[in-house]
Design a protein around this ligand. Structure first.
Ligand SMILES: Nc1ncnc2c1ncn2[C@@H]1O[C@H](COP(=O)(O)OP(=O)(O)O)[C@@H](O)[C@H]1O
Ligand SMILES: Cc1ncc(COP(=O)(O)OP(=O)(O)O)c(N)n1
Length: 475
């Protein structure tokens, strides 16, 4: 069943926090999102400008309009602004009795702007007693237990236990405001603490993390998960969403997270625009410009290249492809899935065949030129030293650069072009498809890799690009 989840919260017209973030999160977890607006907030990634609060009676009307018609599987409460609105929500909870209620006791935005009247804090404490899960950040937790803001994990856990006991509820303790390499959270009850580890991302795109986490918890709980299992899933997703936030390029302050970072890879017209490989490709632009400009490539394209230079190149390429095929087979051995293994194995067979064809065009195989040897040594060293992720990143430029060049140079392939056959091989739809599939694999590998591994992948990709350039400059 699709969980029907209602967010009762304020707005963020830039889409990063509040109701907009809640609806995106609910959708990202496969739920059906609904929204009742408590307050209209003129805010952006830099801060809050003003707040407009419709009359409490209108909040009642919105709430009843939903519950009179729709079965609600879970409710997430966000910005409730002031005592009159909190009273309306409490009365409605009594009437509608939704099975799961998660309260994000929103008080102050990251920008420092107040989103809750100071006199509403008592009402929020009372509300904590009526909900199934409370998700305060550390400043909010301190207000709820009437203590100083915790600066250590142990201090935060103690406060979360105090709140869980006093309100007889479950507390999701969020460690985002602590310092250190990890950003752990925990499910805390009066007598248990269940931590969930998470790595801290160095970024400023954290706007709306609290809103999103609480909506994810509501949706996952409505799907039947325990609080602990829900937190494990929500945190993994949230960390990825934080990591991909900067790619959205939204706003000049604390930008939003990317709620749909997992989905984006499957949207055909968007596929890859924000992916790891797309960034690596963009970063390699200066090298690719030099490949395009190099004499060998230009004259290969316009057909004016001397035949003996082309033959020399083919001989080197035959040497390269023979060992490249071995490295593709090795990537197959390291592959994480049967599909990936099959892809690299097929690529290896194709490279063996390509090397054989090249050899038929040259009278005898030459010694490897320094550029050929250096490129192959780099690939072997990457395989030996840096493992699967870096190896597939290092293997990708050969696919991608040739597909790109083949497609563009083949456009110049008039009838009788002396290198027309060669150009058409790399513009062949099957080769372009293989290059696209290699990209998708590398993106999947990069998405699953921790940040330090991705850095190693980027270095491996960049080095291969430079070796490709040297290879084209050698003849
Ligand atoms: N830089 C970060 N890297 C990874 N996770 C983070 C980071 N900042 C916050 N989080 C996570 O985002 C969620 C919200 O955390 P927090 O910042 O404490 O709350 P709020 O957004 O309500 O102020 C928590 O799961 C926290 O661990
Ligand atoms: C309307 C609205 N609700 C809540 C917040 C605070 O969101 P949060 O997830 O805590 O993220 P930050 O804004 O603190 O980064 C908000 N800004 N607006």
């Amino acid at each position: 069943m699709t969980p029907r989840v209602l967010s009762i919260a304020g707005t963020d017209p830039t889409g990063g926090a509040g109701i907009q973030a809640d609806l995106k999160t609910i959708a990202a977890f496969g739920g059906y999102g609904m929204a009742v607006v408590t307050a209209l907030v003129a805010q952006n990634t830099r801060g809050v400008r003003s707040v407009h609060v419709p009359p409490p009676a209108f909040l009642t009307e919105q709430l009843d309009a939903v519950s009179d018609d729709v079965t609600i599987d879970a409710v997430k409460l966000g910005m409730l602004h002031s005592p009159p609105l909190i009273e309306v929500v409490m009365a409605w909870l009594e009437r509608a009795r939704p099975p799961i209620v998660v309260l994000d006791p929103v008080m102050v935005a990251t920008s420092g702007d107040r989103l809750l009247d100071a006199q509403a804090e008592l009402a929020i404490r009372r509300l904590c007693e009526r909900v199934d899960l409370v998700t305060p950040n550390l400043p909010e937790l301190a207000v709820l237990v009437g203590g100083p803001e915790a600066t250590t994990w142990a201090g935060a856990v103690a406060q979360a236990r105090t709140l869980a006991t006093a309100a007889d509820t479950v507390v999701l303790l969020k460690g985002g405001h602590l310092e250190g390499a990890s950003s752990a959270d925990a499910v805390v009850t009066a007598d248990a603490v269940l931590p969930v580890e998470g790595r801290r991302v160095t970024t400023t795109t954290t706007h709306g993390t609290g809103c999103s986490l609480s909506s994810a918890m509501a949706t996952l709980a409505a799907s039947g998960l325990s609080w602990f299992d829900a937190l494990g899933q929500a945190k993994e997703w949230l960390t990825g969403a934080i990591e991909h936030g900067a790619e959205l390029e939204v706003g000049r302050g604390n930008g939003p997270i990317d709620h749909f970072h997992q989905l984006r890879q499957h949207v055909p017209h968007l596929r890859g625009t924000n992916s790891w490989t797309a960034r690596a490709w963009r970063d390699s632009e200066p090298i690719r410009a030099r490949v395009d400009a190099c004499e060998f490539v230009r004259r290969l394209g316009d057909g004016s290249l001397e035949p003996d230079r082309f033959a020399w190149y083919l001989g080197q390429d035959a040497l390269y492809l023979a060992e490249y095929a071995e490295l593709l087979a090795h990537a197959g051995e390291l592959a994480g899935t049967p599909e990936e293994r099959a892809f690299w194995e097929h690529g290896s067979d194709a490279a063996v065949e390509e090397a054989r064809l090249h050899r038929t065009w040259v009278t005898e195989l030459p010694e490897p030129a320094p550029a050929t040897r250096a490129y192959l040594d780099h690939l072997h060293a990457t395989a030996r030293r840096d493992g699967h992720e870096a190896l597939v990143a290092a293997l990708l430029p050969c696919y991608w650069l040739y597909a790109d060049l083949g497609r563009r140079l083949a456009a110049q392939g008039r009838p009788g072009h002396p290198f027309g056959d060669w150009l058409r091989t790399y513009a062949d739809p099957a080769f372009l498809e293989a290059a696209e599939a290699a990209r998708s694999i590398v993106d999947r590998v990069a998405d699953a890799a921790p940040p330090d591994r991705r850095t190693t992948m980027a270095a491996a990709f960049d080095a291969s690009m430079r070796h490709e350039l040297a290879f084209f400059e050698a003849p």
